[in-house]
Design a protein around this ligand. Structure first.
Ligand code: GLY
Ligand code: MN
Ligand code: MN
Length: 440
């Protein structure tokens, strides 16, 4: 029987992982633990991204083992057993047979057999790759077995002498996206574009922010997304100056700016989009002057993305445009060099301009290599999200600027000869935004 879903992609990733750790090592990966929300209710389960990246297996209470060259099989899974009664309550389990037939394991066992079976793999390994701290219960079980294998080492001459964090290798692989990954991301982004457009059309003065949150998440779920890839930020007026505002409970007023930072997760891949626009209205002159600075900073930062440029380049470009714009509006004083040197701009722009994006919204991968900002390569995806935030009580700026937060965020793929704005379908020019926000 053919493997389910993207079986070949997962198999190819495991093969690369095994090549990276061989010879003489075993990688053990625990699944994400289940988290309790309240009482006997759990949070909706989300598999650990690294675990899913290598296995495609979304069930909890499982362990995957990669042991290159092991005579009993190189890819071993420990999973929950089939259980007719439990499955009636909580849904189908793949079970031991499913792990082999559907997920391509060479061998599979029920999770309770970990202590019996895992030593066969550990006792022949010089090194164990394991992500400590991800799943504490599993850490306890695995460390006990590693300790045991270690005590055997003097007698047998083999067995683990070091534990290495497996994440470095997996994360380096995840930084550059494969075609199938980009496909899932494009779907997440297309759904998110619809959600942002829906919000622009629906938001009107007198509504609560949570009504718009509901519109966005309706668009996500009704198009097959898992849901938001991070808590949706729907921040009107002064709330937009709080970077991770998620209460979303204020009554909005017509003409105020609304900052929405929301992205869908589709098949384990995230979108991350921010737009800021006037509620049920056109931009006022003042809103427009601030918005244009942020938009200019964002467009110029995006232009700095191509192979050979560095991860920090878009940030430096955006920062310079923001600082120049704020000087022109009388928000900051002094030379641009001085403002950047002293960090005086941080009062109004306190975050970086982007991050990697992929299975996780703040995706894995190094930002610096050998002490320098990382060189961009085709297949990398990063966000570009400059902003300006002026607190309501900031008495150093003219009153009319106070209580304003603007951010514009797109997701950008580094291509062979430049870049592609993957989220271009979400309106951001003043004309395109006003066509939706001010429509009757
Ligand atoms: N939504 C989180 C971020 O923009 O980084
Ligand atoms: Mn972001
Ligand atoms: Mn965001």
């Amino acid at each position: 029987m053919a493997l389910s879903g993207d079986g070949d992609n997962f198999r190819a990733r495991r093969k690369r992982m095994m090549e990276a750790i061989a010879p003489g090592a075993t990688a053990i990966m625990p699944s994400m633990p289940v988290a309790v929300r309240s009482g006997d209710v759990e949070f909706i389960y989300r598999q650990d991204s690294d675990f899913y990246y290598l296995t495609g297996f979304a069930e909890p209470e499982s362990v995957a083992v990669l042991s290159p060259g092991h005579p009993d099989g190189e890819f071993v899974m420990f999973v929950r057993p089939r259980d007719k009664e439990r499955e009636t309550w909580t849904g189908r389990r793949a079970g031991v047979e499913g792990a082999i037939v559907e997920y391509g394991a060479d061998k599979a066992y029920v999770i309770d057999e970990l202590e019996k079976i895992l030593p066969r793999y550990l006792e022949k390994s010089e090194r164990v790759h394991y992500p400590l701290g991800l799943n504490e219960k599993m850490d306890e079980r695995v460390l006990k077995l590693i300790r045991w294998a270690h005590t055997m080492r003097p007698r047998t001459g083999v067995g683990p002498s070091s534990i290495i964090d497996s994440r470095d290798i997996i994360h380096e692989a995840r930084v550059k996206k494969e075609p199938a990954e980009l496909e899932a991301m494009r779907r997440a982004m297309a759904i998110s574009a619809d959600a942002h457009k829906r919000a622009m059309m629906k938001a009107r003065g007198g509504m609560r922010e949570w009504q718009i949150e509901a519109e966005i998440e309706y668009a996500f779920r009704s198009q097959g997304a898992t849901g938001p890839s991070y808590p949706s930020i729907v921040a009107s007026g002064p709330n937009a100056a709080t970077l991770h505002y998620i209460n979303n409970d204020r009554e909005m007023r017509t003409g105020e700016l609304l900052l929405i930072d929301a992205g869908a997760e589709y098949d384990f891949y995230a979108a991350d989009i921010t737009r800021t626009w006037p509620i049920g209205a056109r931009f006022t002159g003042l809103q427009r002057s601030l918005y244009e600075i942020v938009l200019d900073a964002q467009l110029k930062a995006i232009d700095a993305i191509k192979p050979g440029m560095h991860f920090d380049d878009p940030h430096e470009v955006a920062l310079r445009v923001l600082v120049d714009g704020m000087r022109q509006l009388g928000i900051l004083h002094g030379s641009a060099e001085e403002i950047i040197e002293t960090g005086a701009y941080r009062r109004y722009y306190m975050h970086r301009t982007g991050h990697w994006l992929g299975m996780d919204v703040h995706d894995v991968g190094l930002y610096r290599v050998d002490g320098a900002s990382r060189v961009l390569e085709p297949g990398m995806v990063l966000t570009v999200e400059p902003g300006l935030y002026i607190y309501p009580d900031d008495d150093e700026v003219p009153e009319s600027f106070r209580g304003v937060g603007i951010r514009i965020e797109d997701d950008v793929l580094v291509t062979e000869d430049g870049h592609e704005v993957m989220t271009a379908a979400t309106p951001k020019s003043i004309a395109d935004v006003e066509a939706l926000t001010a429509a009757q």
